[in-house]
Design a protein around this ligand. Sequence first.
Ligand code: GDP
Length: 528
Amino acid sequence: MAMKPIDEIHKRRTFAIISHPDAGKTTITEKLLLYGNQIQLAGTVKGKKSGRHATSDWMEMEKERGISVTTSVMQFPYQDAMVNLLDTPGHADFSEDTYRTLTAVDSALMVIDAAKGVEERTVKLMEVCRLRDTPILTFINKLDRDVRDPIEVLDEIEDVLNIECAPVTWPIGMGKSFKGVYNLLRDATVLYKTGQGHTIQDVREIEGLNNPELDQAVGADYAQELRDMLELVRGASHDFDLQRFLDGRLTPVFFGTALGNFGVDHMLDGLVKWAPAPQPREAVERKVEAEEPKMTGFVFKIQANMDPRHRDRIAFMRICSGKYQKGIKLKQCRTGKEVRISDALTFLAGERDNVEEAFAGDIIGLHNHGTIQIGDTFTEGEDLRFTGIPHFAPELFRRVVLNDPLKSKQLHKGLTQLAEEGATQVFFPLRNNDVVLGAVGTLQFDVVAARLKAEYGVECRYEPVNVTTARWMEADSERELASFERKAYDNLARDGAGHLTYLAPTRVNLQLTEERHPEIRFLETREI
Ligand code: GDP
């Protein structure tokens, strides 16, 4: 029997994984899909070394390098919920897509390598989650190795990330003597068996902390250590509090090993139970509730060449309210144009399929022939513009040099389109004819060069350029902006969308310029 749209919406859990490279994001994703019954055997999602490729590894370059360049979407059912997992590239080289993906989720899972603790990329991604107070669950991974003292890791999370930790499970032993985890909320111990990582395990549970069976199962020393430890943990850490979790102030913490597929299910249970269903979204005009009957959505990502056989570009839209139905007529609010959508894609476990319907919280893919931009809002007719989809100030810059100077027109066209997609940022300095690319991760430059060649027939190379960081300008009056434009002419550029940008040769230069021009606001992000 078909469910009511509101019930479908309330079933949705849309989240992303944030982690530092190598913490175990891919491995966890495999296990999650295993629980979603979408792959028979975990381990087929991606094989960096085995040569098997992830369902999400679409681009050739990803395959060559064994990393995910682009973000993808996976949907799977679990218990009564429908889970949407938005993949974020975890490699050191990553792009703004990663950040923007986090604007399209309602919660996030933070994966921490228990041997390494809080790492740099995680800190950055958490900062982005903080912008919207996204609720965060935490999985502390690799307990099957000799790792750091769990208490120390929790302290580090609290100190560095400024979020309260509420352990839901607690590990017994680690490395070769990893015995299992005790679930503080269920008051039960679940025993770990090695070598079962590819399957959903039949686990043995022991009720109660003082149960003599526990001593038998894990050994009296370990059982006693667990009891002592828990006394300490209960005193020193926080109890789980749903509201504080939803406010983004507290994170439930789970321990385990993704490789051994142990502890992941506790986390998934927590996700479907506690993580929020699709949340309301702010638009310039008003707040939009997920349960509203009319469909609205925004595009947070555009991806090309997902399948080399179809060289199509797909715009990823997060549905914010209502329901998509095949054949629906939507208005693209930026252009005012109406389009009938009959072939949206869905992402059930990485297979791209035409869907008949999709609901708030879901991601659908629209075929894009260059008319859709990141940040575009679609509605059934109302004029709306969703906010909060940022462009980030790039941190890496290169000058583009054409191999064939006669191709300058194609270069401009290609770069402007790639910038619209969010694949890169492009700047045209006022004082000369240079073309400067900006990126958040170095891999973006390679992607752009490869795509310019393949899609626009333009071959180019990069040269270093004396730019350290960029800021978008804003002032209360046009006059102030124009006056600043005259004074700072040599360091100013227009970005792909025509916005005035300050390209700073050094951080010190930026700081001095900011001090000298208090009338100008120097923005690190620009809302699309
Ligand atoms: P990602 O870069 O975050 O996607 O990390 P991967 O999932 O690719 O994992 C990085 C490496 O850590 C791989 O070699 C994994 O096999 C390994 N790994 C992941 N989880 C575990 C774990 O629980 N225990 C151990 N021992 N290794 C793990």
